[in-house]
Design a protein around this ligand. Structure first.
Ligand SMILES: NC(=O)c1ccc[n+]([C@@H]2O[C@H](COP(=O)([O-])OP(=O)(O)OC[C@H]3O[C@@H](n4cnc5c(N)ncnc54)[C@H](OP(=O)(O)O)[C@@H]3O)[C@@H](O)[C@H]2O)c1
Length: 320
């Protein structure tokens, strides 16, 4: 697969979000299936895998690290050929910011069966000043424990304050055809400063695949789709013109709607890398296939024009 750079970190053009093997989309597959699915993605050319310390059933504290363990097992035999990204939540606590971050990092490294993390993100801003976090991340980079660092769900104000202390490799924000806030300031700022924009929920939690037709498909426990704004009963119906447009465009292009939605963001931005999530082996491979879908300038312009005419119902935004 073609690759892109997140500052100096080279990753496959489409990465893989591993969250759903532990959290966020209802019942989780058994571990063996999840491991095979991750290895299947690697065999198909994916070299960029996204996890987080909190991804575990119901985000329960006692289940912390569930997802990192699966990712660690799946990639242990190919560790040097892949980029593993994980994230920490920084609680207020005793000790220096560096010490507190390092404690989280060491626990993640143990679960991931590795002696370094390629890309280490602060999952959300907390009460610790961003400059202190950036300084601590710089120290971890100097020590070789982390290759690059990033922030998630942040605006340019936070990114630029962090960037002057320790340059960032990536910002991981929500970005899809129905969540485009980052196009205004964040993506241009990141492009100017060699920062990759890692797009999470690029398929809008399934909406842009065309396969979500009813909220009755959602599960009652640990399923983010029950609160994703574009997927409420009313908004799901109202968003069908967008899905219909994507389906007919994708049919002409002989690809799937999910692939088309990611090919669109790849064409539009040189510094964007989507990390679609799925707990289904076949759909994981389908999503990686987005990297093969090339849009001509004319097709891209048609798609942009069609998107401009369609109202999107529901908005999550990146400041949460
Ligand atoms: N930084 C953050 O705060 C943050 C927040 C959320 C997520 N993330 C990361 O981003 C990754 C992706 O985000 P996400 O999983 O929320 O959203 P997503 O990739 O937009 O959508 C995942 C949902 O869409 C469905 N889906 C995906 N591809 C499909 C296809 N080709 N056809 C039909 N259905 C498809 C999946 O169902 P199936 O499983 O049934 O295929 C699942 O229900 C996560 O795994 C995680 O690593 C980060």
């Amino acid at each position: 697969m073609k690759t892109r750079k997140l500052r100096d970190i080279e990753v496959s053009e489409v990465g893989m979000g591993c969250m759903a093997f532990s959290h966020g989309y209802g019942a989780i597959p058994d571990e063996r299936y999840s491991i095979e699915a991750i290895r299947g993605a690697y065999d198909a050319g994916c070299t960029f895998f996204d996890t987080a310390e909190v991804y575990g059933p119901n985000l329960a504290r006692s289940q912390r690290g569930h997802n990192e363990r699966i990712v660690g097992k799946a990639l242990s035999g190919v560790r040097d050929d892949v980029v593993i990204a994980t994230k920490l939540f920084l609680d207020a606590g005793i000790g220096s910011t560096y010490r507190r971050i390092r404690k989280h990092l060491e626990a993640s490294m143990e679960r991931l069966q590795t002696d370094h993390v390629d890309l280490y993100y602060l999952h959300r801003m907390g009460s610790t000043p961003i400059e202190d976090v950036a300084e601590a991340m710089g120290r971890l980079i100097d020590e070789g424990l982390v290759d690059g660092w990033g922030l998630s769900q942040v605006g340019v104000d936070t990114i630029s304050r962090a960037q002057v202390v320790t340059p960032l490799s990536a910002v991981q924000n929500i970005y899809s055809m129905v969540e485009r806030d980052v196009e205004r300031e964040v993506i241009p700022y990141c492009a100017e400063h060699r920062i990759g924009l890692v797009a999470f929920s690029p398929v809008a939690s399934g909406l842009l695949s065309g396969k979500v037709r009813s909220t009755s498909q959602f599960e009652q426990i640990d399923d983010v789709r029950t609160w994703v704004p574009q997927l409420s009963e009313r908004n799901l119906k109202a968003n069908m013109p967008l899905v219909d447009m994507l389906e007919s465009f994708a049919a002409q292009k002989a690809c799937t709607p999910a692939q088309l939605s990611m090919a669109w963001m790849l064409h539009k931005n040189d510094n964007v890398v989507p990390i679609p999530g799925s707990k289904n082996k076949g759909r994981i491979l389908e999503n990686l296939g987005a990297a093969e879908v090339e849009l001509t300038e004319e097709e891209f312009a048609q798609l942009e024009a069609a998107l401009d005419k369609i109202t999107v119902y529901g908005h999550r935004g990146f400041n949460r």
